[in-house]
Design a protein around this ligand. Structure first.
Ligand SMILES: *Cc1c(COP(=O)(O)O)cnc(C)c1O
Length: 430
């Protein structure tokens, strides 16, 4: 047995960071507490590989939680961003690239006819909800347990006791009234949706059409068309949060693949190509309610930022039919390899996947909801992630997240990952 990598410099930086940043990080899951270790500080990335501050190399299956569908420092993206920076980093006035990026979104995403650019997914969902409330004159929201839509007060709600219940704050600091305006139901549970809609007038049914924040969980057959019908029947808007699935699972996102068009679409991650950009989009009847066309106020100093629009456009330009075919093939080979490796190692895991998304659940399938995902062996998952890190594979450090295959992952990366996973699974399985 080798001694394994040294993380001495990461430990030093983490000790310093703990005095300066809450928990030593700027976003909680980066802390790696969910897999029982301290964070690793990254120095650089190229393609599908990362190098940490101790010089350890990793195959990166997290890819910054989704934006880097083309991998780290893709030459076309670097060139576009560098050229944009040389022309000026922010104007607070309209630019041509904003119009081009909006046109690209409209061309790809079935539900997008007009677009408002913002700077983060959180801001985009927050703003889409304000618009939905303004358009319907209603205040309540229906969301699914385990779905993540950013850290907006009203969406940091969790289920209280019983089904189809008004939410309770999922974080200190969230007003009870905000959480109570959010109705929570389990994903894929039609009866719970019907009961909730019978009890409450909701402004919007908010869903990740391909949930990837409870681990990746597909919608059951017919569930998305059912949500579309229920929204139409009750006068609620259907809002798809495609911050992860947009431009990833298909050219036009999950809504294109599933042929279900929402009233509003929320986009993020890939749209910024690794820089801060996000968007919400819909038909003119709704989007023209937004200021200055209409009265629903929403603004942003850095919205449509020139570097972010350049990175987004350069990234989307890479995403043609051949790219999705390649992304699908890499995802499939990885999923099948991991499934087989788990069988050989006698590890009780379920591999859920689609184009560009994958989760290794540490339990037998099926996993159809957050409630199912929560029954995973979290300690085993943590041990697996740690064993993979020691072998040079950087996985998302939480059971409730997805791996993000990219265009930069080669067949060789997949083969090495599967081989390491076979060893790691054998090592950690009881
Ligand atoms: C990441 C994410 C968000 C929040 O985006 P941020 O840019 O982190 O604010 C919203 N919805 C979904 C589905 C996400 O995965």
């Amino acid at each position: 047995m080798s001694a394994g990598p040294s993380w001495a410099r990461s430990q030093e930086l983490y000790a310093r960071a703990l005095d300066l940043l809450p928990g030593g990080v700027n976003s909680p899951v980066r802390g790696m507490g969910a897999i029982g270790r301290d964070p690793i500080f990254i120095a650089e990335g190229s393609g599908a590989e990362l190098v940490d501050v101790d010089g350890n190399r990793y195959v990166d299956w997290m890819c910054s939680w989704g934006p880097l569908i083309a991998g780290h420092a893709h030459p076309a993206v670097v060139e576009a961003v560098t050229a944009a920076a040389a022309r000026g980093t922010s104007f607070g006035a309209p630019t041509e690239a904003e119009v081009d990026l909006a046109a690209e979104v409209v061309d790809r995403v079935p539900g997008a006819e007009m677009v408002r650019l913002v700077s983060s997914g959180t801001e985009a969902t927050m703003s889409a909800i304000r618009l939905a409330r303004a358009a319907t004159g209603r205040e309540k929201l229906l969301k699914f347990t385990g779905a993540y839509h950013g850290h907006v007060d009203g969406l940091l709600a969790q289920a209280g006791s019983g089904l189809a219940t008004a939410g309770v704050p999922a974080s200190p600091g969230v007003p009870a009234a905000q959480a109570a305006a959010t109705i929570l139901v389990p994903w894929n549970d039609r009866g719970a949706v019907e009961r909730a809609l019978a009890e409450h007038d909701v402004a919007a049914i908010l869903a990740e059409p391909y949930p990837a924040n409870m681990g990746f969980v597909m919608p059951a057959a017919g569930f998305l068309p059912f949500l579309r019908r229920e929204a139409d029947r009750t006068g609620a808007l259907l809002v798809f949060d495609e911050v992860i699935s947009g431009f990833r699972v298909a050219r036009g996102g999950a809504q294109e693949r599933e042929a279900v068009t929402p009233d509003l679409t929320v986009l993020g991650k890939v749209i910024g190509g690794g820089l801060p950009a996000a968007a919400y989009a819909g038909p003119p009847e709704l989007m023209n309610l937004i200021a200055p066309a209409g009265e629903v106020y929403q603004a942003g100093t850095l919205a449509g930022n020139p570097l972010a629009t350049a990175a987004g456009l350069a990234t989307l330009e890479l995403l043609d039919a051949a790219a999705y075919e390649r992304l699908g093939a890499v995802s499939r080979t990885l999923a099948e390899g991991l499934h087989l490796a788990a069988r050989e190692a006698g590890a009780p895991v379920h591999v859920a996947w689609t184009t560009g998304l994958l989760t290794v659940f540490f339990r037998e399938g099926p996993v159809a909801s957050y409630e199912d995902a929560r029954a995973c062996e979290l300690d085993l998952h943590g041990a697996f992630c740690r064993a993979m890190l020691a072998r040079g594979f950087y996985l998302p450090p939480s059971q409730f997240e997805a791996w993000f295959p990219s265009l930069a992952h080669t067949d060789e990366h997949v083969e090495r990952t599967v081989t390491a996973a076979r060893e790691a699974l054998a090592e950690v399985s009881p």
